[in-house]
Design a protein around this ligand. Structure first.
Ligand code: THU
Length: 136
């Protein structure tokens, strides 16, 4: 889906709101993600930390898993990720690989508490990705 046909203000608002549900007693770094499916639905996620630190789930992956579990999501066309930082924050590796499964060319917008944003695509963030095509 072209960048211009996506309702970015709606996704941005949803990503910021999603961060309010983050469970972040260890990092105090509340992240929110909002994704848009190919059939026009919006789903959100936040990071959920764990006392066993490595089991933490990031906001982007929560959004993907939630959309699939709640609504059988098939394809993601866009994601907006909010971090509580002065400048936009790049998603971690796992949060590039997991969304890749459902939208290898999805649009990605990174937003923060400052005015700067980053507009990119998942294939730019994860070139040469391993995905479903490698198993067929
Ligand atoms: N985090 C995310 O939610 N998404 C990312 O892409 C990077 C990191 C979370 C994980 C952890 O709860 C906190 O940010 C600090 O790493």
């Amino acid at each position: 889906m072209p960048h211009s046909t996506i309702d970015w203000p709606e996704l941005e608002k949803a990503a910021r709101q999603a961060a309010a549900h983050a469970y972040v007693p260890y990092s105090r770094f509340a992240v929110g993600a909002a994704l848009l499916t190919a059939d026009g639905r919006l789903f959100t996620g936040c990071n959920v930390e764990n006392a066993s630190y490595g089991l933490t789930n990031c906001a982007e992956r929560t959004a993907v898993y939630s959309a699939r579990a709640q609504a059988n999501m098939q394809e993601v066309v866009a994601v907006c990720v909010y971090t509580p930082t002065p400048t936009p924050t790049p998603p971690c590796g796992a949060c590039r690989q997991v969304p890749n499964e459902f939208g290898p060319t999805m649009q990605v917008k990174l937003i923060c508490d400052g005015t700067q944003t980053v507009d990119t695509t998942l294939d730019q963030l994860l070139p040469g990705a391993f995905g479903p095509k490698n198993l067929s």
